[in-house]
Ligand binder design. Structure first.
Ligand code: SAM
Length: 293
């Protein structure tokens, strides 16, 4: 029976949704039930908490039913609501584009901390594999004179980046390019930043359904050992970085041991390996100590 046929109060609806999500194996059922109810009814947290007995309208129940059916199929809430907060920006989340993760904010934090003496400098940023544009939107919003080139192989990701840059009022400082990593680029940059695909191919099938069924494989598959994209980017990094330029990579769990020597072999100096909130080594930053050109 659907929610729409039950004439539920807000409180009863939260309970019914939670039960459905628990039965579907969603481990954030309680939190998700409240978020989906608020989204379907445009209620604030306070309204939901203080007026729990008010009945839902038939239309609200119908919208909610659609949301809950999608969540039962393990579609992430951010995809259902097409929205995610990242750093200080509100992003549109589009199909066929990676849903940015909170861990990726560690890259933004790391880059900004290493650029702290130059927040108003007209630096040039290159983001490789931009997805939704989360990283570049966060960086440009903090660095008012910076400009960026944003590359992704996926046309869906390029479109999402353009939409999100426009939403943040940053389109005039970013150029979005569809292509393979840095292949088409001759310029040099003060900051190259990338969260490349880093899951080993054999591990893709073991990912949770919320990832496996909804994030595009192009955003996940890092080849046999998960390191293919690091190799592809690092081999040309000396020509992409200005002298003293900064490279910031997101890392998969345990990959610092592999990526660090690749960068040292290219004469980059490791500046920091920052941990995410879960304690995993997540952001590796290195500087070009010598311009190889
Ligand atoms: C892990 S996602 C990161 C997306 C976004 N930067 C984020 O952190 O949410 C990796 C991105 O790299 C892109 N990508 C994969 N292979 C690529 C290639 N050869 N050249 C350019 N982009 C590529 C994917 O389309 C995807 O958007």
């Amino acid at each position: 029976m659907t929610l729409a046929t039950k004439n539920l109060s807000r409180h009863q609806a939260v309970f019914a949704i939670k039960q459905r999500l628990l039965e579907a194996g969603v481990d954030t059922a309680d939190e998700d039930a409240r978020i989906l109810l608020r989204a379907a009814t445009s209620l604030t947290r306070l309204e939901l908490a203080t007026q729990p007995q008010t009945a839902l309208s038939h239309e609200q129940c119908q919208i909610l039913d659609q949301y809950v059916t999608r969540r039962e199929a393990h579609e992430p809430v951010s995809r259902i609501l097409e929205s995610r907060g990242f750093w200080t920006v509100d992003l549109l989340i589009a199909p066929n584009v990676l849903d940015p993760r909170p861990d990726t904010e560690t890259l933004v934090e790391t880059a900004l901390s290493l650029l702290e003496n130059t927040p108003n400098a007209p630096i040039k940023i290159l983001e490789l594999g931009a997805g939704s544009g989360a990283i570049v939107c966060a960086l440009l919003s903090e660095l008012p004179k910076a400009q960026a080139v944003v590359v992704d192989l996926s046309p869906h990701a390029c479109q999402a980046s353009k939409v999100n840059l426009a939403r943040c009022g940053l389109s005039n400082r970013a150029f979005v390019l569809q292509g393979r990593w840095h292949e088409a680029l001759q310029a040099q940059f003060d900051l190259v930043i990338s969260n490349p695909p880093y899951i080993a191919s054999a591990e893709l099938n073991a990912l949770p359904p919320s990832v496996r069924l909804y994030d595009p494989i192009l955003a996940l598959d890092g080849g046999t050992d998960g390191l293919d994209c690091y190799r592809a980017i690092i081999k040309d990094i000396p020509r992409l970085l200005k002298p003293n330029g900064l490279l910031v990579f997101e890392l998969g769990i345990g990959q610092a041991t592999d990526v660090r020597p690749m960068l040292e072999a290219m004469k980059l100096e490791i500046k920091t390996i920052a941990r995410d909130l879960g304690g995993h080594e997540r952001a590796l930053a290195a500087r070009a100590i010598q311009n190889a050109q």
